[in-house]
Write a protein that binds this ligand. Structure first.
Ligand code: F6R
Length: 609
């Protein structure tokens, strides 16, 4: 899940490539690099720091050119070192003929590497990408477009590549299979990128390449062939891509800003919903919702936890059985398909490779009724699903998902009510009541965010710990999972979440007076059971940090720290409790001095499996 941008133009393209890379950093930031055609030679600059560092290197070196490619990397094969940074050259010497960038994973790279070494190619990196560069060089016949079409036939796995050749100064060739790639059309200049956002401000005329496409970019023309080598016309769309990095305003990090945007974006996501209507999900939604008798939710990470929350909601209100699967598992396991299933994918980016593959797998098994809850209207996920609900979180810059998650929950609750209505389980009175509560959500979330000073005091204590447990029950169990994920991914504290009743079946062995145990304690029907679980922790010396509702009747005492959320919010309570856990993770990470918006080893969009 790296980011690619390339251009062929009649002006210096380095500012376009650098700006594109800045917008693509969400796809990985282990290293970055640019290669340009300069006076009949290939030249490049690479950095294991951020794009801003690459920009100043390029400025110092006065690197300029009309044709080139650029890349921001999330390491798969080979450490995040400069010799593994893209673009890769072939031959690897100063006399390079081919420059290439790649997103994806080439599964037969070992075999190809041995073959190319046998032909005398020397490798400078451990990457699978360098293999493709040498392969293209080896097969080069003076026509890069033709060569790439032949070369990609040798590749097994997923790739989006962009490549140019020393001998063809006004040409960039690109290809995709399993990784996203778009073409941007300009006046006498053309571009390629991993997504339309990378080209915002340069062009809004976008072609979404399809699986197997190979594209020839020249100054005045774009020529595409499909996987069979047949010329194809792909639709040109006008895409008003967000330019991404909004101003930070009074916030220290995007994550903090995005946490505080939640009242607004949850409101935006529900804007215009004056009643429960299947059409909110697409024209054909009523018919599809009527036909299905079960739901299969496919997602990864935080989006998966949104799905688990939805399972509790849908089974309770709509009485439809729900199965929630981690996409990377589902796509490879034997399962029992049922054509009457509504397949729901949940994805912030809409480009997550595992979720897209799981969706295709479900469809291949005959489950063709598909719906996505997604934050990017132009994404592959939305294009691939028949029905959709677009959350309106806006661009999420922080790698740790916050506002995307709560808007997913808002959309999933809407889906729950819609399925309940279609199945005759929602009276007009209940509908009105739920809608009223949903309209009040922004105010309720804002009241939780006002607890920030109290949460900051806890964060200072957490920052000194290396482990933490999170407990929840019922609809708050997935919220405990999400709270633990937030803490570990940005503060690097090891955190695990359990349904509170499960503690005594093993994890209780971990509890000592050194172990902070975050407990989500809303005033619901499981509260008394939860209180018994809390006693089990206290009896072993564990330190309880309890997020209770105002009326939970839990008081602070020795080893029991309590923060009260202002109101109990019934079925929508997970949306409030998770906001408190996001703040705890954020302030703990801040106290530990980590790179909150770009935590180590991660990327915002996971487009490799
Ligand atoms: C964690 C996080 C990830 C994503 C996951 C799926 O904070 O953001 O766990 O939720 O990678 O990504 P999407 O939602 O884009 O499919």
């Amino acid at each position: 899940m790296c980011g690619i941008v390339g251009a062929v133009a009649q002006r210096n393209i380095t500012p376009i490539l650098i700006e594109g890379l800045k917008r693509l950093e969400y796809r990985g930031y282990d290293s970055c690099g640019v290669a340009l055609h300069v006076d009949g030679q290939l030249q490049r600059s690479r950095s294991t720091s951020r794009v801003a560092d690459l920009e100043s290197q390029i400025g110092t070196a006065r690197l300029q050119g009309f044709t080139g490619i650029a890349h921001t990397r999330w390491a798969t094969h080979g450490a995040p070192a400069s010799h593994n940074a893209h673009p890769h050259f072939s031959p690897s010497s100063e006399n390079a003929r081919i420059a290439l960038v790649h997103n994806g994973i080439i599964e037969n790279h070992d075999e190809l590497r041995s073959e190319l070494q046998g032909l005398g190619y020397e490798f400078q990196s451990q990457t699978d990408t360098e293999v493709i560069a040498h392969l293209v060089d080896h097969m080069y016949n003076g026509d890069l477009f033709d060569t790439v079409q032949q070369a990609v036939k040798r590749l097994h796995g997923a790739y989006a590549i962009a490549v140019f050749a020393r001998e063809e100064p006004h040409r960039v060739v690109a290809a995709r299979q399993g990784s996203p790639l778009i073409v941007g059309l300009g006046e006498g200049e053309n571009f390629v990128a991993s997504d339309a956002m990378a080209l915002a401000g340069t062009t809004d005329q976008i072609i979404y390449l399809e699986e197997g496409d190979v594209v020839d970019l020249q100054l005045g023309r774009v020529w595409i062939v499909d996987a069979d080598g047949k010329p194809v016309e792909r639709e040109v769309k006008t895409v008003h891509a967000h330019t991404g990095a909004a101003e930070l305003g009074p916030y220290r990090h995007y994550m903090q800003k995005e946490i505080f945007e939640q009242p607004r974006v949850v409101g935006d996501t529900l804007e215009g919903v004056t009643g429960i209507m299947p059409e909110l999900f697409g024209d054909n939604a009523y018919k599809i919702f009527k036909e299905i008798d079960r739901v299969l939710i496919l997602a990864c990470g935080t989006s998966y936890y949104a799905g688990v929350t939805a399972k509790y909601w849908i089974e309770s209100l709509a009485k439809v059985p729900v199965n929630v699967e981690i996409a990377s598992e589902y796509r490879y396991r034997d399962s029992v398909p049922n054509p009457n299933t509504l397949v729901v994918t949940i994805s912030q980016s809409g480009e997550t490779a595992d979720t897209l593959a799981a969706l295709k797998h479900a469809r291949a098994l005959g489950m063709t009724k598909t719906l996505t809850i997604c934050n990017v209207a132009t994404s592959a996920m939305v294009r691939e699903c028949e029905l959709s609900y677009i959350t309106r979180a806006g661009v999420e810059v922080g790698v740790a998902s916050t506002k995307a998650f709560t808007t997913q929950l808002a959309a999933l609750f809407l889906l729950t009510l819609t399925l309940a209505q279609v199945n005759g389980h929602l009276t007009d009175e209940q509908e009105a009541q739920h809608l009223k509560q949903m309209r009040h959500l922004p105010v309720a979330i804002a009241a939780v965010l006002a607890l920030e000073p109290q949460i900051m005091a806890w964060a200072d204590e957490f920052a000194r710990k290396e482990n933490a447990l999170f407990l929840g029950r019922g609809i708050h169990y997935p919220i405990a999972l999400e709270g633990a994920l937030k803490l570990k991914e940005i503060s690097y504290i090891h955190a695990e979440a359990y349904p509170a009743g499960e503690l005594k079946h093993g994890p209780l062995a971990l509890v000592t007076d050194e172990m902070p145990v975050v407990t989500i304690a809303p005033n619901d029907q499981l509260l008394e059971k939860l209180k018994s679980n809390m006693q089990e922790v206290r009896a072993r010396g564990g330190q309880l940090y309890v997020f209770a509702d105002v009326d939970s009747r839990i008081s602070s005492s020795d080893g029991v720290h309590v923060i009260r959320l202002p109101e109990h919010y019934g079925l929508l309570s997970p949306i409030l409790h998770v906001a408190a856990l996001q703040l705890l993770a954020y302030h703990t990470a801040l106290a530990r001095g980590t790179d909150v918006d770009k935590p180590r080893n991660l990327a915002k969009s996971v487009t490799v499996e």
